[in-house]
Design a protein around this ligand. Sequence first.
Ligand code: ADE
Length: 243
Amino acid sequence: MIKFTIITLFREAIEPYLKTSMMWKAVDKGLAEFDFVNLRDFGLGPHKSVDDTPYGGGDGMLLRCEPVFAAIESIKAKDPEAKVILPTPVGEIWQQKMAKAMASGEFEKIYYQNHSIEPAQALVSSSNFSNSFHYIILCPHYEGYDERILSIVDYKISLGKYVLTGGELPALIIIDSVVRLIPGVLGGEKSAEIESFSEGDNLEYPQYTRPEEFRGMKVPEILLSGNHGEIAKWREEHSGTAE
Ligand code: ADE
């Protein structure tokens, strides 16, 4: 069982996705749990303010420490083992091996703040899936956050070298990429294992379904041959490698 508690001001931007398809199936089967904490509930003053202007000047508003610490501490009071993830463009770039490690409870082993991720020997089989893990994802909004917030964060994760408006989309991407790897969530147990990026950085081979010919484009003959050895060889040859 893996639990994600999402601290956000915009639950409505996240929740529908988590109630759809595989994510919902994972919840239904008791393999994943999603919870929300409204940062506004911990806001300050009559307006429940969660942000303020930066010291030293500059554009925009920053997420304040007090509401964030209070929100996280309210979750940790119930589960002190929960780990805090901060989506930020200056975090470790999210990769399939990190999703895999998180799904199997080995994430700590391969994550080093401000360092590269350790190579694949930390990756594990599915033997640890029965354990229970709880991740809190803090979704900043506005122009950024008070740097002191990092003192309560375990993992800083970037979805890529671009800037998004908030942490909601990164939270969904992290959750989706992890939850689908839990055995029993995807239809075919093997499909997460063999697909793109799962083993090292191999890209998937090209695939085809019916019809055999579409607008003059034919399915490669070998795939229709029934020769499994040759098909496996063809697939191997046509697998790409991520840069
Ligand atoms: N917040 C804003 N941009 C982001 C990114 N690229 N990755 C993770 N969190 C972000």
